[in-house]
Structures are given as structure tokens and as C-alpha cells.
Ligand binder design. Sequence first.
Ligand SMILES: Nc1ncnc2c1ncn2[C@@H]1O[C@H](COP(=O)(O)OP(=O)(O)O)[C@@H](O)[C@H]1O
Ligand SMILES: O=c1ccn([C@@H]2O[C@H](COP(=O)(O)O)[C@@H](O)[C@H]2O)c(=O)[nH]1
Length: 338
Amino acid sequence: MPEKSMDEVMEAAAGAHFSGLRLDSLRLSSPSTPSSPSSARASQVLSPESASSAAAAAPRQPFLIGVSGGTASGKTTVCDMIIQQLHDHRVVLVNQDSFYRGLTAEESKHVQDYNFDHPDAFDTEQLLECMGKLKSGHSVNVPIYDFKNHRRCSESFRKVNASDVIILEGILVFHDPQVRNLMDMKIFVDTDADIRLARRIRRDTVERGRDVSSVLEQYGRFVKPAFDDFVLPSKKYADVIIPRGGDNHVAIDLIVQHIRTKLGLHDLCKIYTNVYVIQSTFQIRGMHTLIRDRDITTPDFVFYSDRLIRLVISTSIFFSNLWIQIDTITAMKLGLLS
Ligand SMILES: Nc1ncnc2c1ncn2[C@@H]1O[C@H](COP(=O)(O)OP(=O)(O)O)[C@@H](O)[C@H]1O
Ligand SMILES: O=c1ccn([C@@H]2O[C@H](COP(=O)(O)O)[C@@H](O)[C@H]2O)c(=O)[nH]1
């Protein structure tokens, strides 16, 4: 019989013909790697599928957001706005630009021929290593890239501390599948190409030591073709597309609200390590809405409250049964039971 995930069981429990949970339909399976004392217990008994849905409901890792889009689309501006609005949480920003390989002395002589918009211009291995460490709660030293001389500062780094939210921003952060798969949420900043070019001319002449003709030359030769070949095709991976970038306050508010909801669960599980948050489903949200409706009839109130209460109790019975089984196995291993 195929294994059922906790989500499927709960979905069934919240469905139209609920008549209690059948715990015997949940099979025990082999151990998986524990990540914390509380999840260690669960991961010994839940199937990988169930364990991953439990992990999804009770996230322990930082929330990683990827922000992509063409050059000068407003990625940094959008990230700054998100960080500002999430002021009550620890948020760090990592720029893909920091992982530019930097030019060799030979390449520097022909800088006008160098394609900074191709995926090979970035040290993606190093980026992956840094993001992996940050995701597992460690601080990292991120290189500092100098756009004026196209090199990394050899002796200084930026220390990025472990945080609740990590934002990774850059033109090609959705290009590499391994980097993409680390992300919990992907945002694409979609700004008109003419506006981006105008902003890029202003920014690169004012801040990055270029002149207008070199910006236009680089744009036509490398930036635009690479946008069409690599950046635009990665837009399909986005969960959210923000038209007009930082001008789109509604989209940014919605994104911040979503992150706050995710972090709310995160915080709860951090404070109480044995809390299991039942994953919200369409049916569960529907029942909560119905019982909060002041015009609901008494029979309906009793009916839906009963379903929700059964769901909570069934879930706790499910977990207490698991703990009893683990404790029995442990006792047998210790020779306390035969
Ligand atoms: N909504 C906006 N209105 C006007 N200027 C903007 C807006 N968003 C960004 N800019 C300007 O455009 C330039 C590029 O913006 P930035 O956020 O750094 O883009 P990206 O990170 O995508 O390269 C910056 O000089 C910034 O001040
Ligand atoms: O030495 C360099 C490195 C990069 N670039 C250009 O920068 C943009 C990416 O940065 P955004 O902030 O996203 O615009 C990319 O299009 C490169 O062409 C550079 O000119 N010189």
C-alpha cells in the first residue's frame, strides 16, 4: 500500500467525509538524517515524504529569497524596500555581483571585449558554497567586487551573519538550477528595457566610472544579447513577477506580508521546539473562516468546530503513537525490554 504523507492524511481529515484518522495506514520507514533534537525523533519514523511535509510546516532553516531581473531593473531597490519593511527580523542581502571572478591582468587589457553578462563571468561554485553555509545557519565572508577596476578586493571581505531571511540578488541568480533550488521564494523584477538602459547610463557614468559611449557599446554587444539568452528565459522560474520594480508598492507589501507569515511559523517553532504546526490547507482555512462568521448557524458552528478539534487531536495522537513506538525501540536496543 503506498505511504501517505501527513499532509494527505490531514487533507483527508479536513475533507467532506471525515470520520476520524486511520493511523494504521501510516507506515513506519527507515531513519533519515536528523537536523535537531526534536526533528530527530520525527525523522526516525516518518517516511521521507512525511518528514519533508513536516519540515515544510515547521521550517528550521533561514528563508531564502532570490531576486532576479535585467540590469538596472530595480533589484537592489526592491530588496532594500523589503528589508526596510521587515525591520523586526534579521535580514541579510547577498549580491551575485560579489561573486564576479574578476579580470586577469591580460583580460584587463581588453576589458571592452569581456562579457560580464555571461554565466561564466561568475564563480557559481563559490556562490553555492556561501549560500549553503548561510542556509545552514553559519556566517560567511563574501568577497567585495570593485566595478571600476573589475577586480575583487584581495584583502577585505564582507562578513554576512546567519539570519532569518537571506536575500540573494543578481541578474543570473535563477540561471543555475543548484542555486535556484536553494530558494524558498523567487522574485523577478520586470522593468521596461528603455527605462533600464536610461538608468544604466546614468548609474554607470556616475557610480561605475564609465562614459556614455562605452556603456552603449557594452549594452549592445553583451548586455542586451545576454538578457535575451539567459535572464529573460529564467523569468519562468519566478514565483512572483514585479512589474515596475520599486514603484510597485502593492506587490512589495504583498511579498513582505507573505514572508512575515512564513517567519511567524518559523518563530513559533524556534520558541517551542516540540510544536508541530498543522499545514494550512484550503479546507482548513475555509473552516476557520466559517466558524468566525458571526452569522453562522449553531449546527454549522458545532459541525466545523468539531472537525477542527478532531484534526488537532488526531494529529497529536499520531505523534504520541510515534513517540511510544520510538521509546519502545530505544528501550529494546538498550536491553530494557525483550
Ligand atoms: N523606481 C525607480 N525610479 C527611479 N529610479 C530608480 C528606480 N528604481 C531604481 N532606480 C535607479 O536605477 C538605478 C538602478 O537601480 P537598482 O535598484 O540598483 O537596479 P539593479 O539592482 O537591478 O541593477 C539606480 O541608480 C537606482 O537609483
Ligand atoms: O566589472 C563589471 C561587472 C559587471 N558589470 C555589469 O553589471 C551588470 C550587473 O549589475 P546590475 O547591478 O544588476 O546592473 C551586468 O549587466 C554587467 O554588464 C560591469 O559592467 N562591469
